[in-house]
Design a protein around this ligand. Structure first.
Ligand code: ADP
Ligand code: MG
Length: 308
């Protein structure tokens, strides 16, 4: 908040008044802030990788709320790293250019024409919109993709079964260290280059998971358009709120997890196996979902933990 947004001093109720007139809303605000203290202390100086995509990216108000949460994390000393998708915007441009698109196992089958659009939309447009949005909130962010500083080395996934979809062969996370140490928020598009120099489209969940592992992140948060992992994907009340690493693979085997949820569960598995303490799959349609997850006791969505 800009200092000018603060109410003038004369608007503040006197101490005596506030004892009697504090509204329930004010009381709630203060208790939420107070509840945040141990969480702020716990996460200050730690890294949290946030995958931003899906519905929270389309709605203007939600988008603002997400970026505000990220800026707030940074201003209380947490080091957020943002990895973004851009499915809806890519679909919009593919549609406009009359290019058909197809998903297989939750991944966009990517021919060279589609790759051009993916790269232009993600790296050129979506990335810069997020960076601008964060900068406008008074935090500083820098946009990169996997190609910059060779952050992500990749090769065609599954021998090219999905076209120009890449899998990660190596993450050179040291590229981000000078930025993080200076308080910049890195915003990363999930495009990388192959050894031959062509661009590859990598699922943004996969990038977020590998980056979280390589950066030694405390948490991985995947914002999506469902409440979390559902036992029955058509029934929002069937949310699995906590699941152990040892149980999660079975969900795919049983057909409970499919489509776009597959790369999410897979990246949680990989991140946790490489030392990230917890991964959360949460509903980006809930305003301030990130703050709720990080700074309150409430805990929303699905939390994936190694054990316990
Ligand atoms: P994002 O843009 O967040 O990556 P995706 O469409 O790729 O979104 O992935 C989320 C989708 O995964 C959900 O909208 C839902 O259709 C699908 N899905 C498949 N299985 C499940 C499940 N068990 N629980 C929740 N969602 C699931
Ligand atoms: Mg997806």
């Amino acid at each position: 908040m800009e200092p000018t947004d603060l109410p003038p001093e004369s608007n503040h109720p006197s101490k005596e008044q506030s004892t009697f007139n504090t509204s329930d809303v004010d009381a709630l605000r203060v208790s939420v802030l107070s509840e945040a203290l141990p969480y702020i202390q716990r996460f200050a100086g730690k890294r949290i990788v946030i995958k931003y995509g899906g519905a929270a990216m389309v709605d203007k108000h939600l988008k603002k709320a997400v970026l505000r949460d990220i800026a707030l994390l940074s201003s209380v000393g947490v080091q957020p790293v943002v990895v973004h998708g851009g499915g809806p915007e890519i679909n919009f441009w593919l549609n406009r250019l009359d290019i058909k698109t197809e998903f297989l196992d939750g991944l966009r089958v990517t021919d060279s024409q589609t790759m051009d659009i993916v790269e232009m939309v993600l790296v050129g447009r979506v990335n810069k919109q997020i960076v601008t949005g964060i900068n406008q909130l008074g935090a500083l962010s820098i946009g990169l993709c996997g190609i910059d500083g060779n952050l992500i080395e990749s090769r065609p996934f599954n021998k090219g079964r999905y076209g120009l979809v890449g899998e990660i062969s190596k993450v050179n996370a040291e590229v981000l260290e000078p930025l993080l140490s200076k308080g910049y928020i890195p915003v990363i598009s999930s495009v990388a280059s192959s050894e031959e120099g062509g661009s590859l489209n990598i699922n943004a969940d996969t990038v977020a998971g590998e980056l979280a592992a390589a950066l030694g992140a405390e948490k991985l948060i995947l914002l999506t358009d469902t409440p979390g992992i559902l036992r029955n994907k058509n029934d929002p009340s069937s949310l699995i709120s906590k699941i152990r690493l040892s149980e999660i693979r079975q969900l795919t085997k049983d057909g409970v997890v499919e489509g776009g949820m597959m790369p999410k569960t897979e990246c949680c598995i990989r991140a946790l196996a490489q030392g990230v303490s917890a991964a959360h799959i949460i509903n980006g349609k809930i305003p301030h979902a990130i703050l709720l997850e990080v700074f309150t006791n409430i805990g929303i969505g699905t939390m994936v933990v190694s054990s316990g």
